[in-house]
Design a protein around this ligand. Structure first.
Ligand code: FAD
Length: 317
């Protein structure tokens, strides 16, 4: 059992080549729903943007985000602020030349706080409404901590996603297939219902490769095998032996992306599978804390429950 807590040297990621003061102009080249079924109650689109001619072209890496500046002004009459979207493409882009990057956008739909009329999130609905050929203002790239290691083939990976948190893992899986084909990957995708799974058919295909395990976690219905509703981290426990074997290797890195709060369950699952001593490679905490992962809550991260540099978290509301 390893206690190596040192993180790997990460791949160099360029930042802020395009800023809000001086954004670039991208063109929509494709837009399609990427839920497993059109019956899904959520609307999530795979939107591909041509960034050729801007400094973004060829200079983004999986795990980074880019900014979108929606047109128009907010309630205070100020221009809308940019929103961040994870890059869902490998560094070679959707086109193989780094000129087209894609993201995975979920329409944000709510009732208005004051008068219960329909509230449509500004930027997600703008992006999802865009038609092929339309232009969009982009910034970035941003983020340099949630990226693959500089030597990706020296590692194996556990990726845990909920919802659009799958975007960076689509990018990373496509990247690894080329730059680290022998690395093991365990990908866990969490969604409410089977109809909501994103890029499901692509990942099913990827799972036919040796060393690639694809697990789905449905939180509001039974799993395909008849077992009860499950959150993403619970699938790590269902597949405890494979999870333990992967986690016990000093090659393994854990990446978590999606709804804020999901990191707690993943860290608890690691501590449960490896036990207090074994999990030192991924989590630091006092002996008392490490003995009782079931009693942890979110506020204990990162002070009392401290992920090591082998754990990468990117969560958002
Ligand atoms: C690093 C990072 C990566 C991200 N990657 C992705 C990604 O890949 N895909 C993705 O879809 N998202 C991603 N996001 C989230 C994204 O940036 C946006 O926050 C999201 O799309 C919602 O933006 P919006 O402009 O549509 O909603 P906004 O207009 O900003 O509203 C946000 C939320 O606030 C609430 N709200 C605001 N005003 C009201 C009101 N008057 N009444 C009721 N409710 C209200 C609503 O619940 C609404 O959903 C990422 C965020 C970060 C930080």
């Amino acid at each position: 059992m390893t206690t190596q807590t040192e993180g790997p040297v990460l791949r160099t990621a360029e930042m802020h080549l395009l800023t809000p003061a001086s954004p670039g102009e991208a063109t929509v080249v494709s837009t399609e729903r990427c839920t497993a079924s059109r019956k899904s109650a959520s609307f999530v689109r795979h939107v591909a943007l041509d960034v050729s001619g801007t400094p973004l072209a060829g200079r983004f890496v999986p795990g980074q985000s880019f900014g979108v500046i929606p047109p128009g002004v907010d309630d205070a009459g100020k221009p809308h602020k940019l929103r961040l979207y994870s890059i869902a493409s490998p560094s070679r882009g959707e086109d193989g030349a780094g000129n087209v990057l894609a993201t995975t956008v979920k329409r944000s739909i709510d009732e208005h706080r004051e008068h219960h009329r329909l509230f449509l999130g500004v930027c997600s609905n703008y992006l999802c409404d865009l038609q092929v050929g339309e232009k969009v203002k982009v910034t970035g790239p941003s983020g340099k901590r949630f990226v693959l290691p500089a030597n990706p083939a020296a590692h194996d990976y556990i990726f845990v996603a909920t919802g659009t948190g799958i975007a960076p893992f689509r990018a990373m899986c496509m990247e690894l297939e080329v730059v680290a084909p022998a690395s093991r990957v365990m990908l866990v995708m969490g969604a409410a219902y089977a109809t909501d799974l994103l890029y499901h058919h692509d990942f099913e295909k990827a799972a036919s490769r040796p060393g690639f395990t694809y697990l789905t976690a449905l939180s509001r219905e039974k799993q395909a095998d008849g077992s009860p509703a499950r959150y993403a981290h619970e699938r790590l426990l269902d597949h405890r032996e494979e999870t333990r074997e992967l986690l016990a290797s000093s090659r393994t890195l854990v990446y978590v992306c999606g709804i804020a709060g999901m990191e707690l369950g993943v860290l608890q699952a690691i501590a449960t599978v490896l036990g207090p001593t074994g999990s030192e490679a991924y989590i630091r905490g006092t002996q008392d804390v490490m003995r009782e992962p079931g009693s942890w809550d979110r506020r204990m991260i990162p002070r009392q429950v401290q992920p090591t540099r082998r754990v990468f978290l990117e969560v958002y509301d």
